[in-house]
Design a protein around this ligand. Structure first.
Ligand code: ADP
Ligand code: MG
Length: 647
């Protein structure tokens, strides 16, 4: 009798189903597939909603009634979950308002002006022959400001620059007889000290300031000795790339660019231990991880930011998985260097400096998963919905199922490595010619890429970051054409939406979406691409090294990429480029020849179930699920997905 079987893979992000009809001899005919977002945390009973929906959709697509469903196969989810944290390791602090490096949308005038800071009210009393920088509070009309500046100029007072509280810089500049640099939108203008020497610089459109972003420029203006120049160099660094800036020299003012004492990580390996200071950056942390690997746990120095970060990961993992804190062990760690825009402490205009930070993704191993409870709940739900005779079985280790599914990709053969690029983890497995399978689970995947993009562009909007991750960019240069990020132009017959005009947009299948930031297309593209490289190229190489015979990548022949991030428009190419020097054939999987990189685990579950039936048919002894929980070693020569031919 034929059995209708659905394999279901509950992932951190996605639940996938694969429907097949299995003949009495174990022959498999795949008839449908579906996917939906995972509901709840993987391995918890909340998964039931997503599973039930996915199974129903998959059956519907195959034209099979729920009443005819015989078996649902769930993966034995790897008891690993991932968490992320980010910690800045540098900090720019301004004391006594020495710097205003903010980047108003529309500074006025241009050039460099140096003078003593005076309040607008005292401009009328200024002595002729003195160079001044005028602070204009809120509420003074631009006509009045311009008239006062022009009048002062006639009296011989040199107004060499201005700092406005409101947004009138261009309006004032247009009414002046001489061109001076004017910076506006300085919200806390009262915090700018009077009577001090200051410099204002505004660059032309499309350019950035030259003098105030140069340490020796500052030294020249403020007559600094080498020691003082060293002290102000962080100011110059913080202003780099701005179109405008103000620097005020105060006697005891100081800008400190300091390394935050972030604390250290203690890496506990199976055989040895190492301690590494987080502020040393990702490269050193990862070198230490490699030295002590395999990891059995990681501790953060208590009382430090690192300690807090690690205990947060551990605590949230414990909460999510319902485990005692002591049962949660970190078995892999990925550190990534990043820079995040942070408001400068002590700034007066919401100044932002790019601070160095380290992002950590941790992979946590828990004691066991709650998959049996999920299975019981799924059975109940499906029976209520009309699947009267369904049996729900938990079986098959994820990585092994992924390999079986990947082998249904045309053109693949054993030995084979699969890299499953998911949301929370990068999983790798290798199947040897003799069918032996080995797997590894690494922290850091698609979610970390989105998080890096979000942090580096200062978006504070993970959905937008996700969209930037997935879509190529363009810039609407006119109402009828978009310049694509590869330099070519795309023309349209109907006018583009006005909201897209002159903006950087994402080009998704649903159309174009303006990105509400001031970053240039190039900057967004660079952030996007390097985030992917720092996570996936690094992890691909780590994964391959850990499963390659003797760590030698040249021993690996074929790599098949699976999972949601294998659908990305550039990640597979980045990985292929990185492994090409080792002679590795690397490409995106095409499960069953139709499903692309999706559905491997779900299809693998079906294939392994079919093999067990095939085994029974041959042994004539009926112990249908002898395969569960064991290593699945396919009978030599068996091709999952086409098993019938071998009986
Ligand atoms: P899991 O197995 O952990 O449930 P998936 O295999 O579904 O995870 O992968 C989820 C990741 O794949 C997410 O980071 C998501 O952003 C990414 N992803 C999903 N679809 C696409 C796509 N079409 N293009 C690029 N990335 C995608
Ligand atoms: Mg997955």
């Amino acid at each position: 009798m034929n059995r209708t079987v659905v394999g279901v893979d509950i992932g951190n992000s996605t639940t996938e189903a694969s429907v097949a009809t299995i003949g009495p001899s174990g022959s498999v005919g795949y008839v449908g597939a579906a996917l939906t977002q995972t509901t709840g945390i993987k391995g918890t009973v909340k998964n039931v909603d997503g599973v039930a929906k996915c199974v129903a959709w998959a059956l519907e697509g195959a034209g099979i009634a729920l009443a005819d469903l015989d078996v649902v196969l769930l993966n034995e989810a790897t008891p690993v979950i991932s968490g992320m944290a980010m910690e800045t390791i540098t900090e720019t602090i301004i004391t006594e308002s020495t710097m205003i490096g903010h980047d108003p949308r529309t500074p006025g005038g241009r050039g460099l002006g140096v003078g003593t800071i005076i309040a607008f009210e005292s401009l009328a009393d200024a002595e002729p022959g003195v160079a001044v920088i005028v602070l204009v509070p809120n509420g003074v009309d631009f006509e009045v400001v311009a008239a006062a500046f022009n009048a002062a100029g006639e009296r011989g007072v040199e107004v060499s620059g201005a700092v406005l509280c409101n947004d009138d810089a261009v309006l004032v500049a247009n009414r002046l007889r001489t061109t001076i640099p004017i910076v506006d939108e300085v919200s806390r203008i009262d915090a700018v000290p009077l009577g001090m020497l200051a410099a204002v610089e505004v660059a032309g459109p499309g350019q950035s300031i030259r003098t105030l972003s140069n340490a020796y420029g500052l030294a020249t203006i403020f007559d600094l000795d080498p020691e003082q120049t060293k002290v102000v160099s962080p100011v110059a660094r913080a202003l780099t790339g701005n179109r405008s800036a103000v620097v005020v020299r105060t006697p005891s003012g100081d800008v400190a660019d300091r390394t935050v004492p972030a604390g250290s990580l203690e890496l506990i390996g199976m055989n040895r231990r190492a301690a590494v200071d987080v502020s040393r950056g990702a490269a050193e942390i990862m070198a230490a991880v490699q030295r002590v690997s395999p990891l059995s746990d990681v501790l953060g120095e208590s009382g430090t930011n690192t300690g807090g970060m690690i205990s947060n990961v551990r605590q949230s993992m414990a909460d999510l998985s319902n485990h005692a804190l002591a049962d949660v062990r970190i078995q892999d760690l990925l550190a990534v260097d990043t820079v995040v825009p942070q408001e400068v402490r002590g700034g007066v205009a919401g100044e932002v400096a790019l601070e160095n930070a380290v992002a950590l993704a941790a992979m946590v191993r828990t004691k066991e998963t709650g998959m049996r409870a999920v299975a019981a709940a799924v059975a109940e739900r499906l029976r209520d919905a009309g699947a009267h005779r369904v049996e729900v079985i938990v079986g098959g280790v994820e990585a092994e199922m992924a390999v079986l599914g990947a082998l249904t990709t045309p053109g693949t053969d054993k030995p084979l490595v699969v890299l499953d690029l998911g949301g929370g983890s990068t999983d790798a497995a290798v199947i040897q010619t003799n069918g032996q399978i080995e797997a590894t689970h690494l922290a850091g995947a698609g979610d970390l890429v989105s998080k890096l993009i979000d942090a580096e562009l200062g978006l504070d909007n993970l959905e937008l970051a996700e969209e930037i991750k997935r879509c190529p960019l363009g810039k609407a240069e006119s109402f009828f054409h978009v310049r694509l990020e590869n330099g070519t132009a795309q023309f349209f017959d109907t006018a583009l939406p006005a909201t897209a005009f002159a903006r950087v947009v994402t080009l998704s299948e649903h159309g174009m979406n303006p990105i509400p930031t001031r970053h240039s297309l190039d900057r967004i593209r660079t952030v996007r691409r390097t985030a992917k490289e720092r996570v996936f190229v690094v992890n691909a190489l780590r994964a391959l090294r850990s499963i390659a015979p003797a760590g030698d990548l040249r021993q690996i022949g074929f790599v098949v990429l699976l999972g949601g991030c294998a659908l990305d428009f550039e990640i597979p190419d980045q990985i292929a480029d990185a492994v090409a020097p080792y002679g590795i054939v690397c490409g995106t999987g095409n499960v069953r020849g139709t499903e692309g990189p999706r559905n491997a685990v779900a299809s693998g579950l079906v294939a392994s179930y079919a093999m067990s039936i095939q085994g029974d048919a041959m042994s004539t002894q009926g112990d249908a699920m002898s395969i569960q929980g064991d290593k699945v070693a396919p009978p030599d020569g068996a091709v999952p997905g086409g098993v019938g031919a071998h009986v």
